[in-house]
Write a protein that binds this ligand. Sequence first.
Ligand SMILES: [Zn+2]
Length: 108
Amino acid sequence: MTSGPPDSSGPREDQNEYAETWGAPTKPEDVWFSQIKEKYGTLRVYLYGADKHIDGLVTMAEACSETTCEVCGNSGSLYGTGWYYTRCLPCWTKQGGNESDRPPPADW
Ligand SMILES: [Zn+2]
């Protein structure tokens, strides 16, 4: 067993692996958001200049917003008629909604 400082080639190899997978990292100043909003009860983010890594993070956040209660953060789903909200059932009923208040099947 050896001891001492970690191999200095590690971080460089990690950076090379990142670049091969995701491309060159994007500088924060190269990314700008044209819109961040709620639509049909879920998060929508429109941005420019993002690399694959950032696009993946945004896609994950948008997907999480479809199943995360906007009030308490517990597991939720879409409720509402006309205007949609992502809520857990307790938060939805506390707001005055009924369990049957569900949107029609999505076609967006
Ligand atoms: Zn909730």
